[in-house]
Write a protein that binds this ligand. Structure first.
Ligand SMILES: Cc1cc2nc3c(=O)[nH]c(=O)nc-3n(C[C@H](O)[C@H](O)[C@H](O)COP(=O)(O)OP(=O)(O)OC[C@H]3O[C@@H](n4cnc5c(N)ncnc54)[C@H](O)[C@@H]3O)c2cc1C
Length: 392
């Protein structure tokens, strides 16, 4: 361990000094799991376009699904920083794994926890926490991504049921989910509905040909006169703001997660550059490469500092959506730039799956796009500082 590292990896401003013993223990436990169980297998899954399903029960056993929720619903009651560190360590392994945990534990479980009835919570949350059921969060449509208010999926009440029509696209875990949180317009207003696998009129297909997040399930959902019981509406999820509030929770975790991917790229490039000799000296000794390392280290440090403050604001209950937008936007784009720099440092080896860098780079192209694109978060920050909305 060199003097710019703590036991958790590069940390030039010693942000880990802010972590309590419990937070460090959780970080190290997830770190070990990723080192031992994820890193040895994830490149093959990426290459084959498969998700490492065998890890799902372990994630559940470790209490990582819905970890912020209270124990009565199967959660672990983690604070914001501990949760963020879990996300960071998972994404150090692969964005697909972190995405699975985000979709299951935050997008799906938080939707039910925040907007469901007590019966819905009791029915689904403990099962989702134990991974006895898989969830997904279906907002995006083929023609409506950044502008979900324009969605055309509808629900209407008919003889004691809701009838759903429409389609959703790019839905993580969509084709494997036992329960889909589906956002649809009822009388012109966006509302949340629980649609169970196997419901007549509901079809879920796996989306193929992805060059990013290859070790993740991504699905297309179709609703064709799909009848669901009236009690499957999330009664408190009225209006698009309900869906957006859940996305905000997920973006918090993503802001931490991508730091893990960036650290993995940085550390891989550093080890490589120290060992790779050209012109009779290690390439780490050339000024151009040192500039890259200085850039990468600076941006990782800034991202770590943003994360710490983000967690403090979340724990005090004062975190605003624009602050989450700023962190998500900055950290995702910087992680992507770091992956690109690391890839260059590795030369030809940078494009090989023998190293994690290109895999992270490809994954981060999704992470910079989903949960609000870089542009949309730019507009959200612009609205916050000018008081004028450029988009709505
Ligand atoms: C692998 C993967 C997994 C995903 N998982 C999920 C999931 O689980 N659930 C879910 O609901 N969705 C999911 N998504 C969808 C994701 O959230 C959307 O792709 C994202 O919101 C962007 O929507 P879009 O792709 O339709 O792009 P568009 O909205 O069509 O945007 C295209 C481009 O136009 C830009 N743009 C749009 N509006 C403006 C504007 N006002 N000003 C300036 N530029 C603008 C965008 O920034 C972007 O560059 C996933 C996507 C991927 C790739």
């Amino acid at each position: 361990m060199s003097d710019h590292e703590t036991e958790g990896g590069i940390d030039l401003f010693e942000t880990a000094a802010e972590f309590n013993e419990e937070e460090k223990r959780i970080r190290d436990t997830v770190r070990r799991f990723v080192d031992e169980r994820v890193i040895p297998i994830i490149a093959d899954h990426f290459e084959n376009g498969t998700f490492p399903s065998e890890l799902i029960p372990i994630l559940a056993e470790m209490g990582l699904l819905g970890s912020q929720l209270p124990p009565e619903y199967g959660g672990s009651g983690l604070g914001a920083l501990a949760y963020g560190l879990v996300m960071q360590e998972l994404e150090r392994g692969d964005s697909s794994l972190r995405s699975f945990v985000t979709v299951q534990g935050t997008l799906s479980m938080y939707s039910i926890y925040s907007y469901g009835t007590e019966e819905q919570k009791k029915k689904w949350l403990p099962r989702l926490a134990k991974a006895e059921a898989i969830g997904c969060f279906a907002l995006t449509e083929p023609d409506h991504g950044s502008d979900p208010a324009g969605m055309v999926t509808t629900a209407r009440e008919d003889s004691g049921a809701f009838v759903l029509n429409g389609s959703k696209m790019w839905i993580t875990n969509g084709a494997i989910a036992d329960v889909a949180i589906v956002w649809a317009k009822l009388d012109g207003e966006v509302q949340g509905f629980l649609v169970e696998k196997g419901t007549p009129g509901f079809t879920a297909l796996e989306q193929k040909h992805k060059l990013s997040l290859r070790a993740s399930h991504t699905g297309e959902l179709y609703f064709n006169d799909c009848r669901i019981p009236l009690e499957n509406r999330l009664p408190k999820a009225v209006g698009l703001k309900a869906a957006l509030s859940i996305l905000n929770e997920a973006r918090f975790g993503i802001s931490f997660g991508v730091v893990g991917a960036a650290i993995n790229c940085f550390e891989t490039a550093l080890e490589y550059a120290k060992g790779r000799t050209q012109f009779d000296r290690p390439i780490a000794g050339f000024q151009i490469q040192q500039e890259r390392f200085a850039e990468m280290a600076t941006e990782i440090t800034k991202a770590q500092l943003l994360c710490i403050r983000l967690a403090q604001l979340k724990d005090t209950g004062t975190l605003r959506p624009a602050q989450v937008s700023l962190a998500k936007r900055n950290n995702c784009m910087q992680a992507l730039q770091i992956a690109r720099m690391a890839r260059q440092i590795l030369g030809a080896n940078g494009i090989s799956l023998e190293y994690p860098v290109m895999r992270h780079l490809c994954n981060l192209e999704t992470v910079v796009t989903y949960e609000g694109t870089h542009d949309i978060h730019t507009l959200a920050i612009g609205r916050e500082v000018t008081g004028i909305s450029a988009f709505k």
